[in-house]
Design a protein around this ligand. Structure first.
Ligand code: SF4
Length: 298
């Protein structure tokens, strides 16, 4: 069990030590992996897989899946769990939607996950560009299904929800990331209630759309706090969840407070089932887009 959080500075400085054996995973370099790498690179597309140093890159790219990062690779926030560069991003690239469509064709995709950095500099938070990307891929590859993983649209949730209504994906995802008591440390600029509100509004506005969220464990949260997050997500109608181990992705990222053994992820999966989630991945390597294309996972 994790300890209760009474001293954030203690949590910040605590280190979990060396990577345990269940978290060691080699990066393959076979033909399938290289094909994905070459396709993305030749089209000048960014991925969250690379920008966030995702440990699943080998496995996902080998399977011919990747999560495209649109709207650039510079984020207007600076979350301490994330390795994406913070700064002043450039304007949206009008050529990006057609390059995304070309990628979908070359990789014979049936399911595409699109995410973006925070774009607090744009009046719609980048929602319109999400739609441009989806609509162009749909035009050229009508069989592709979409999952979007969006920022919290801090200053523009109503406009963003309205705008995204023009291009509804199959799954609308927004990550809660961690428990509310750790937001100040891990996700400054984010707001727990705002994230819940986005998921609730998406569910209410888009009818039968699937909504999804993700939480990372091992940042110093308590079990009671995680249980509360599961309940809060269900209370806003969230259907899908991934629960994974937080890993330090750059030297400036927060240290891991605890490596959670796989058996505890099994227990969290059981809790998520009991809470009513219909699609669940709970394991150390679970990430928001991990095996996102799978129809049934409970
Ligand atoms: S889990 Fe998601 S971000 Fe990580 S490599 Fe797979 S597709 Fe990319």
């Amino acid at each position: 069990m994790n300890g209760e959080l009474t001293d954030k500075s203690r949590v910040r400085s605590r280190k979990a030590g060396k990577l345990p054996p269940w978290l060691r995973r080699p990066l393959p370099a076979n033909d399938a992996f290289r094909h994905t790498e070459r396709t993305l690179s030749s089209l000048g597309l960014e991925t969250i897989c690379s920008n966030a140093n995702c440990p699943n890159r080998g496995q996902c790219w080998e399977r011919g899946t990747a999560t495209v990062l649109i709207l650039g690779n510079v984020c207007t926030r600076n979350c301490r769990f994330c390795s994406v560069t913070a700064g002043k991003p450039g304007p949206p690239d009008p050529g990006e939607p057609s390059r995304l469509a070309e990628m979908a064709k070359q990789m014979l995709l049936k399911y595409l996950v699109i995410t973006s950095v925070n774009r607090d500099d744009l009046s719609d938070g980048g929602a319109g560009h999400f739609c441009d990307c989806i609509n162009e891929v749909r035009r050229q590859c009508p069989d592709v299904e979409f999952e979007i993983l969006t920022p919290d649209f801090r200053n523009c949730q109503p406009q963003a929800i309205k705008s995204l209504g023009r291009c509804l994906p199959f799954v609308f995802a927004h990550n809660i990331e961690t428990v509310p008591s750790l937001y100040a440390v891990a996700r400054a600029g984010g707001d727990y209630q705002r994230s819940l509100s986005l998921l609730r509004t998406a569910k209410e506005s888009y009818g039968r759309i699937q909504t999804k969220s993700s939480i990372m464990l091992g940042l110093g949260e308590s079990d009671a706090e995680v249980e509360q997050v599961l309940q809060d997500l269900r209370a806003v109608g969230c259907d899908r969840i991934t629960i994974g181990q937080y890993l330090k992705s750059s030297k400036n990222s927060l240290d891991v407070a605890e490596f959670i053994p796989p058996a505890r992820f099994d227990r969290w999966k059981q809790k998520a089932v009991e809470s009513g989630f219909s699609w669940i991945i709970s394991e150390p390597f679970a990430r928001s887009s991990y095996f996102a294309e799978q129809r049934e996972i409970v």
